[in-house]
Design a protein around this ligand. Structure first.
Ligand SMILES: Nc1ncnc2c1ncn2[C@@H]1O[C@H](COP(=O)(O)OP(=O)(O)OP(=O)(O)O)[C@@H](O)[C@H]1O
Length: 221
């Protein structure tokens, strides 16, 4: 699903490479639990895989595209169509309804609007949100409910690659289990690959692979 080769990345204000990953690949349908101590570059790696930022060196191939060789506009289009993301900040538009927030993503799918809306309602329901909730403005929802909307928005297009960064912090135990169940169902039905970044190691038994960021990094010694 994706292959990283010879990747080096540093932020402009720091000459030292934050990430130096000789090779890492994840196959279609694999689910990876990625752990790392705070500040070691998990979110940066997720942003690289999403094509939000690009490395100074190396390649990140997602499906058939080397995403860091695409223009910024091409990366935006690729991400909208093939990559689902649930980030720490849910990035919902506060004054839009739940459904309109989800439609911002689903208009990039091959589904008709009616099909996409039906799928959205099904996913919302699976995560315990009602038809009435779907009409409410995002800002009127609790933090946990907003997170569930962000999850539906990430899943609605049946993405090839799903990137999830610290997702469970705002969910109670019951909704967290529903969330993981929904993710796993998505992987089974559509061969979606998942990279799941979390500090909550009690969740890692759900995943087919566990990776510590230190295992990916080039050993400088
Ligand atoms: N936009 C930026 N410009 C400069 N430095 C940054 C930027 N974003 C992150 N960093 C630095 O890069 C390092 C890694 O940040 P990153 O957010 O990837 O870590 P993380 O492993 O996800 O941490 P956490 O688990 O605490 O969220 C940190 O030292 C951080 O200060």
């Amino acid at each position: 699903m994706f292959v990283i080769n010879d990747l080096k990345f540093h932020y402009p204000d720091d000459d030292n490479d934050l990430l130096n990953i000789p090779h890492w690949q994840v196959a279609a349908g694999e689910s990876v639990f990625l752990s790392a101590p705070s500040g070691t570059g998990k979110s940066t790696l997720v942003n690289l895989l999403a094509g939000i930022i690009t490395p100074q060196h190396g390649t990140i191939r997602v499906m058939d595209s080397v995403i860091n060789h695409l223009s910024s506009r091409q990366r935006d289009a690729f991400r909208a169509r093939h990559i689902g993301m649930v980030f720490q900040q849910f990035n919902l538009i506060p004054y839009l309804s739940v459904m309109d927030n989800i439609r911002l993503a689903s208009r990039f799918s091959d589904m008709s609007r009616a099909e996409a809306d039906e799928r959205s309602h099904t996913l919302l329901q699976m995560l315990g949100l009602t038809t009435l909730d779907a009409t409410r403005q995002a800002e009127q929802l609790s933090v946990g409910q907003q997170q569930r909307v962000a999850i539906v928005r990430a899943l609605v297009n049946e993405p090839a690659l799903l990137l999830v960064d610290e997702p469970t912090s705002a969910l109670d135990a019951a909704h967290r289990d529903q969330f993981i169940g929904l993710l796993m169902q998505q992987l089974d039905t559509s061969r979606t690959s998942l990279v799941f970044v979390s500090h909550d190691s009690s969740l890692k038994h759900h995943f087919s692979r566990h990776v510590h960021i230190g295992q990916l990094q080039h050993d400088a010694d």
